[in-house]
Design a protein around this ligand. Structure first.
Ligand SMILES: Nc1ncnc2c1ncn2[C@@H]1O[C@H](COP(=O)(O)OP(=O)(O)O)[C@@H](O)[C@H]1O
Ligand SMILES: O=c1ccn([C@@H]2O[C@H](COP(=O)(O)OP(=O)(O)O)[C@@H](O)[C@H]2O)c(=O)[nH]1
Length: 246
C-alpha cells in the first residue's frame, strides 16, 4: 500500500514574482533561487500535481518605472513582457537541469526562442505532466503578470492561483512597515476590497473574483511552504467567496 500523501490540488497556476528570482542581488537572476524553485516544483510534479507557471519581470524591467524615466509606456511594457520571457527561459533551463519536463510559451510570438501561447496545447502538456511556463504576460501593455496569472489560471481551469511573495500571506497592514500587522488565514474577495488590502492590482483581482478563482498567497522564500500547502497545510492566506471559506 502506498504511503505517499495525497495532494489537495489537481492543477495549479503558480505565479512567481520576478523580484523573488533576484534573491539578495539588486537586479537579474540568482541561479540558487532558480534551482530551489525548480526542485520545489519537481516535488509537486512527482506528487501528480499539474503545474502552470507565470513569472514576473520586475527583476529586469517594469514599464511603469521606464515610463517614469521618460520612455514611452507601451515600449516600456513591451520590454517588461520580454523580461518575463528571459526569466521564463532561465526557469525552463533550471527545470530541465532538475530533470523536469517543461515547455515555455509566450503571449508574444518569438519564433525560434519558445512556443507561442496555445491554450489546447497547454492543457494537453499539463495533462501529460509537463510544467508549462506562460511568459510575456497577457501580451498587452498596461497589464501585469498578476493579471496574466489569473487569466491563465482561469483558462487552464486551475484549482487556484498560488501567488508566491516575500511575506507569509496577507496581513491587516504592510508587515514590512508595521510589525503589529496580523496575518489572515482566510479572506473573502469582498473583505479584501472593504479593507483595501494589497494583494494584487485590481484588474487581476476582480478577474479572479468574477470567475471564482481562489487565490492562495504564500511566502515563496520559506522552503517547503508550497509542498506543505499542496498537501493540505494551512500556510499563507486563502482568498475565496465567503461561502467557500468555511
Ligand atoms: N496587507 C498586506 N499584506 C501583505 N503584504 C503587504 C500588505 N500591504 C503591503 N504589502 C507588501 O506587499 C509586498 C508583496 O507584494 P507583491 O505584489 O508580492 O510584490 P511584487 O510587487 O514583487 O509582485 C510585501 O512584501 C509587503 O511588504
Ligand atoms: O500582461 C502584461 C504583463 C506584464 N507587462 C509588463 O511586464 C512588466 C513585468 O511584469 P510584473 O511587473 O507583473 O512583474 P513582477 O512584479 O511579478 O516581477 C510589467 O511591469 C509590465 O511593464 C505587460 O505590459 N503586460
Amino acid at each position: 500500500m502506498s504511503t505517499n500523501p495525497k495532494p489537495s490540488y489537481r492543477r495549479i497556476l503558480l505565479k512567481l514574482s520576478g523580484e523573488a528570482l533576484m534573491g539578495d542581488e539588486g537586479f537579474g537572476i540568482d541561479p540558487k533561487i532558480l534551482d530551489r524553485m525548480a526542485h520545489e516544483i519537481k516535488e509537486l510534479i512527482e506528487m501528480g500535481v499539474q503545474v502552470g507557471l507565470v513569472i514576473g519581470g520586475g527583476n529586469l524591467f517594469r514599464g511603469k518605472g521606464l515610463a517614469e524615466a521618460g520612455m514611452n509606456r507601451v515600449v516600456g511594457d513591451q520590454m517588461g513582457m520580454l523580461a518575463t520571457v528571459m526569466n521564463g527561459l532561465a526557469m525552463r533551463d533550471a527545470l530541465h537541469r532538475a530533470f523536469v519536463n517543461a515547455r515555455l510559451m509566450s503571449a508574444i510570438d518569438l519564433t525560434g526562442v519558445c512556443d507561442s501561447y496555445n491554450w489546447a496545447e497547454a492543457i494537453s502538456l499539463l495533462k501529460s505532466g509537463r510544467v508549462v511556463i506562460f511568459s510575456a504576460g497577457t501580451g498587452n501593455p498596461f497589464f501585469t503578470t498578476d493579471s496574466a496569472a489569473c487569466l491563465r489560471g482561469i483558462e487552464i481551469e486551475a484549482d487556484a492561483v498560488f501567488k508566491g511573495t516575500k511575506v507569509d500571506g496577507i496581513y491587516s497592514d504592510d508587515p514590512v512597515t508595521n510589525p503589529d500587522a496580523e496575518l489572515y488565514s482566510k479572506l473573502s474577495y469582498s473583505e479584501i476590497l472593504d479593507k483595501e488590502l494589497k494583494v494584487m492590482d485590481l484588474a487581476a483581482f476582480t478577474l479572479a473574483r468574477d470567475h471564482s478563482m481562489p487565490i492562495r498567497v504564500f511566502n515563496m522564500n520559506r522552503e517547503g511552504a508550497l509542498k506543505s500547502i499542496i498537501l493540505g497545510g494551512s500556510e499563507g492566506t486563502v482568498i475565496d467567496h465567503v461561502e467557500n471559506l468555511n
